[in-house]
Design a protein around this ligand. Sequence first.
Ligand SMILES: *[C@@H]1O[C@H](CO)[C@@H](O)[C@H](O)[C@H]1NC(C)=O
Ligand SMILES: *[C@@H]1O[C@H](CO)[C@@H](O)[C@H](O)[C@H]1NC(C)=O
Ligand SMILES: *[C@@H]1O[C@H](CO)[C@@H](O)[C@H](O)[C@H]1NC(C)=O
Ligand SMILES: *[C@@H]1O[C@H](CO)[C@@H](O)[C@H](O)[C@H]1NC(C)=O
Length: 552
Amino acid sequence: MWSFLLFLPALLSKVAGAPQAPQWSFNLKNTTSGVIALEAIVVSPTLVVFLDRIGDDPLQVNNHSAWGALWDLETSTVRPLDVLTDSFCASGALLSNGSMVSIGGDPSLFPGNPAGLPTGNNAIRIFEPCASPSGDGCTLFEDPENLHLLENRWYPSSIRIFDGSLLIVGGTHVPTFFYNDDPANSFEFFPPKESTPRPSEFLKRSLPANLFPRIFALPDGGVFMVANNQSIIYDIEKNTETILPDIPNNVRVTNPIDGSAILLPLSPPNYVPEVLVCGGTATDTIDPSLLSSQTPATSQCSRIQLTEAGIKKGWEIEHMLEGRTMPELVHLPNGQVLITNGAGSGFAAIHSIADPVGDSNADHPVLTPSLYTPTLPRGKRISNKGMPTTNIARVYHSSVNLTPQGNFLIAGSNPNFNSTPTSGFPREFRVQTLDPPFMSMERPRILSMPKKLKFGSRVTVPISMPRSLKGSDIKVSLMDLGFSSHAFHSSARLVFMDATISRSRNTLTFTTPPSGRVYPPGPATIFLTVDDVSSEGAWVMMGSGAPPPVLE
Ligand SMILES: *[C@@H]1O[C@H](CO)[C@@H](O)[C@H](O)[C@H]1NC(C)=O
Ligand SMILES: *[C@@H]1O[C@H](CO)[C@@H](O)[C@H](O)[C@H]1NC(C)=O
Ligand SMILES: *[C@@H]1O[C@H](CO)[C@@H](O)[C@H](O)[C@H]1NC(C)=O
Ligand SMILES: *[C@@H]1O[C@H](CO)[C@@H](O)[C@H](O)[C@H]1NC(C)=O
């Protein structure tokens, strides 16, 4: 009798199919991206900008194929953006006043493209803050004659820095066959801080596999950079470069040998910065005729703490569950890092190595994401337990973004020239979300939030919390959702804020970071995570919302 009762719950759940604990899942949208989402950035609580190259994407605008689009997160529908210049392989970020700036791109006009378009490699494209949830009336602004970069850049990186402007780093002047052989070895700013770019020894030294440098704004205002297998801290105010240790074991991590990198969550009171670099390939040669689509990618992750002691210690090594080239690392609101996309072998770029698969330089797509838990001991941080497997390859030219809703939007992939391939990997227009378990649970809610928040201020907001949550672990994160391009999420940032919940569990009080060095002033999304269940994000303006300084 007793034993029967003891087993009854287990029996019932089997027989009656009682609800299972929610799981991670991939969910395919019944609509497509219209353009290849090779660059993607969340620009409002409901909108994502996708950018592609000039080509023959199915989405039409003004009687031609579009290469820009606005994805509506609420309806999963897409509307075209009429882009003037070729945004192929560009970068971008949000400024302190909320405008999104896309910079650089491709200078050449591909066969069959509308003739006479201005080149994209010195382009500055501005998407002003869009108040319409569906993007009505919101467009990209371009004025190529009067508004352009100081130096031509294809494959540059850009991040928002402490004064709310963009630091723009590296790239190549013209399209390259495989690696950087016409480099823009310089830094510049938008809005500009001077009339000529700043030369960089680091960019020279890290040639030729140094496209899309992985760069991070540090909480003291410095900028950490990784390119090829080298790293530095750049002091913007003094214009000096300090050399840091190489990535160990000959592993290279920037295009065309793409690993990814992320600034781990920053926590009060000291906001000690740590950077994690994962994937890429260990290789001595970059001669494409000697490289194969079957060359295994590395499973190596390297982590460094950017303090005096940490730098002395150097990079610490750990390993992903598989090798990955072109993975992407993306923050979760709870401080974990999603490792997704990419391939188990080969390289970035298109049809340039000895034995491409179709036109793809990479093969063996990795279809199961992993999670990285920064706070666990080394060797225990990476797991794919409970993670789902997709059947959609996301290799070169794919993107992933944390959305303000709290799940991941995954799109793009196109390791091909401007045509539909007969073999290899398709031009991918399918869009998926990767949904954490909390997407199908009762979640805490932030009921209202001021539109603007001052640095170093205490803020109390109303919340609701499901009874099912004990409330023993409270995390409040201030996040920049980043700009996804070429296996790197530039400007992505998570700053934890000291927070408490009232005894009645209906208000949350948190303290914003002390300055724009810890969180560069500009748009942010605030998530409340209770016992690992995250709320939807609240979209705020961190700082005054004023435009960044302009050159007098
Ligand atoms: C796609 O799915 C949504 C619900 O997510 C539904 O409202 C819509 O009608 C579907 N559209 C098509 C074309 O099936
Ligand atoms: C688009 O093409 C149609 C048919 O060729 C033409 O009538 C129309 O004027 C064109 N519209 C624009 C904006 O060029
Ligand atoms: C970094 O690359 C350079 C040459 O490309 C090589 O000489 C050096 O040994 C590498 N560093 C490490 C730590 O592997
Ligand atoms: C934000 O600043 C940029 C750079 O100065 C400017 O181009 C843009 O128009 C500004 N946007 C708003 C909404 O003020």
